[in-house]
Design a binder for this molecule. Structure first.
Ligand SMILES: [Zn+2]
Ligand SMILES: [Zn+2]
Length: 347
C-alpha cells in the first residue's frame, strides 16, 4: 500500500485537517502520479458538509488534479515516469455500457466512480481526492498535459473547464449565436472564455455590477445586472443559449424569459434545492431547459489540447493548503477571481 498525506474531513461537521491514509498499490493498468496542484471546486464544499447527500467519511476532496507520474503498471501504454498527468471528476466506470462505449463515461449506466466520496468499483475502499500528495488511477482515466503549460492554472480545466466546454460543444454554440453566461464564478469565467473562443456573442448575467470590468476583460461583449429590472426587460427574448452556472437557488422562469424562440437554457450549476419551472415559461417560444455534467474522457483530453493550443487557462489564486478554510469562506461569498488552486507543495 502507498502511504499518502492528505487533508481530510472526518465528518460533515469537522473542518479539514491533516490525515494520513493508504492508497492501493499500482496495478498493471494503473498510473501513480504525485500531485503538484489541485483546484478548489464549489462541489468540494457541498460534499464535505453533506449539502447534496450523505458522504463517505473521512473524505479527501479535490477533483482538479495535476501532477507528474512516479510509477506505471506493466500494461500501461500512454504514460511513463516523469510525464505530466491529470485527473478530473471521475476515476473509473464500467467501460462496457452504451454510454461508456460512446465516450460518455460521465453518464455510465452503472454510475461512474467519482474521484472522491465514491467507492472503488470492486467495493474494496472509498476513493480519495486531490488534496493529497499522490494518487493512483487506472490509465483510461488519466489525462495528458503538454509540457510548458501553467500547471496551476490548468488544474481547474479538469472540472470547471470541461463542465462548460462540453455543453457548448454539444449544442454547437458559436458564430451567430448570442450566449448568456449566468454567474461569473469558477464555471462562469470558463464559460465566457470558451464562448468567446468559439465565436459567440457573449453576455454575462450577474447580480453584482462590480464584476462588469472583469467580465469584459475575460472577453465578454455585454454585461447585464440581473437585479436591475430595466436591464432585464431590455434583455428579454434575446439569447439563443443561457449557460446557467449558478449553484444557489434562483428563478428559472425569469431567466427562461430571456431566451429567444427555440432557445435553450443549460444547467451546469447544482443548487441544493429543486427549482420550480412553469410550463408556460417553456411553451411560449418552444424553449428547452437542459443540463450537462462534466464531459467524457475523450472530450476532456480534446478540451485540454484545445486550451493548450489556444492559450486558455483558468484565472486563479494560488493558496497554501492551510488557508483552505479561508478560501471556502471567500468562495461562499463569491469572493474569488476565479478559482482557488492549492499548491500541494505546502501539504
Ligand atoms: Zn468540480
Ligand atoms: Zn458504463
Amino acid at each position: 500500500m502507498i502511504e499518502t498525506k492528505a487533508y481530510a474531513a472526518q465528518d460533515e461537521k469537522t473542518p479539514l485537517a491533516p490525515w494520513t491514509f493508504e492508497r492501493r498499490e499500482v496495478g498493471p493498468h494503473d498510473v501513480q502520479f504525485d500531485i503538484l496542484f489541485c483546484g478548489v471546486c464549489h462541489s468540494d464544499l457541498h460534499q464535505i458538509t453533506n449539502d447534496w447527500f450523505p458522504g463517505i467519511f473521512p473524505m479527501v476532496p479535490g477533483h482538479e488534479i495535476v501532477g507528474r507520474v512516479v510509477k506505471v503498471g506493466d500494461h500501461v501504454k500512454n504514460f511513463k515516469v516523469g510525464d505530466l498527468a491529470a485527473t478530473g471528476c471521475m476515476v473509473d466506470s464500467c467501460q462496457v455500457c452504451e454510454n461508456c462505449k460512446q465516450d460518455l463515461e460521465q453518464y455510465c449506466l452503472e454510475g461512474s466512480t467519482q474521484t472522491y466520496n465514491s467507492m472503488e468499483r470492486d467495493g474494496s475502499m472509498p476513493t480519495y481526492g486531490g488534496y493529497s500528495n499522490t494518487i493512483v488511477v487506472r490509465e483510461e482515466f488519466v489525462l495528458q498535459l503538454k509540457e510548458g503549460v501553467d500547471l496551476a492554472a490548468v488544474a481547474p480545466l479538469l472540472c470547471a473547464g470541461i463542465t462548460t466546454y462540453s455543453p457548448l460543444k454539444h449544442w454547437k454554440v458559436g458564430k451567430g449565436h448570442k450566449l448568456a453566461v449566468l454567474g461569473l464564478g469558477g464555471l462562469g469565467h470558463m464559460g465566457v472564455k470558451f464562448g468567446v473562443a468559439f465565436g459567440a456573442e457573449v453576455t454575462v448575467l450577474s447580480t453584482s455590477a462590480s464584476k462588469e470590468e472583469d467580465a469584459k476583460k475575460l472577453g465578454a461583449h455585454h454585461f447585464v445586472v440581473t437585479k436591475d429590472p430595466e436591464q432585464i426587460k431590455a434583455a428579454a427574448g434575446t439569447f439563443d443559449f443561457i449557460l446557467d452556472t449558478v449553484s444557489a437557488p434562483h428563478d428559472f422562469n425569469m431567466y427562461l424569459s430571456l431566451l429567444r424562440t427555440n432557445g435553450t437554457m443549460i444547467c451546469v450549476g447544482v443548487p441544493n434545492e429543486p427549482a420550480s419551472v412553469a410550463a408556460f415559461s417553456l411553451l411560449g417560444g418552444r424553449k428547452s431547459l437542459a443540463g450537462s455534467g462534466i464531459g467524457g474522457i475523450k472530450e476532456t483530453q480534446e478540451m485540454l489540447d484545445y486550451c493548450a493550443e489556444n492559450n486558455i487557462v483558468s484565472d486563479i489564486e494560488l493558496i497554501d493548503i492551510k488557508d483552505i478554510h479561508t478560501a471556502y469562506k471567500r468562495m461562499e461569498k463569491g469572493d474569488v477571481r476565479y478559482r482557488f488552486v492549492i499548491d500541494m507543495a505546502t501539504l
